[in-house]
Design a binder for this molecule. Sequence first.
Ligand code: SF4
Ligand code: FES
Length: 248
Amino acid sequence: MKLTLKIWRQKDSKAKGEFKTYPLEGVEGDMSFLEMLDVLNEGLINKGEEPVVFDHDCREGICGTCSLQINGEPHGPDRLITTCQLHMRMFNDGDTIVIEPFRAKAFPVIKDLVVDRSSFDRIQQAGGFISVNTSGNTIDANAIPVNKHDADESFNSATCIGCGACVAACKNASAMLFTSAKVSQFALLPQGRIEATERVLNMVAQMDKEGFGNCSNTGACEIECPKGISLENIARMNREYLKASIKG
Ligand code: SF4
Ligand code: FES
């Protein structure tokens, strides 16, 4: 395959970025999208040019590090996969592919295609955990009965990998899908109920403080999420938030 890549290049967080065009030949359908970028970078390095900086780690869809806006869609045209799981067979010979970083005020660009997603870490730190007494009197988790439906729903929420595609897909750059998945995974379990009130209040307050937008129920987040996190989580978080606000 012969492709034309239009890639966002930005020297650092303060520089004004711009698209640069790179022709690329010899791309195979079995290559992953990131392998295709590796080929481009090898060519750039051989020519003495600076390679394109992009985020990646596991390259198997579990860490949430890769984060590219490909032809206007977070993680590209395929469904329920991350950028690292996207294969070049999804594209055709002669295609032009536009590659950008995830765009959101709360995800500032660090360089080229890499954005700072530490705002997600701070939302997690505000309440995305349970406190467990580890003094020797810890109750075995299996000793607490959990019904199958709640266990399955909690597990589904916990599959969120924190990639940020939901934010990049949202016209308001809202982080409601991410935050609600992190609230839900605990709200559904007895172990998570103990701190439920302060968890939802603190996590939503941090989300707002980071500058994410409001949810207007467009649903683009659910469509682009590589893990199929459902909008049900947002409804659940809204119910949790209302209950917590009344309790004060
Ligand atoms: S909800 Fe989905 S899109 Fe958003 S951070 Fe989690 S896995 Fe990524
Ligand atoms: S590099 Fe880990 S999910 Fe893509």
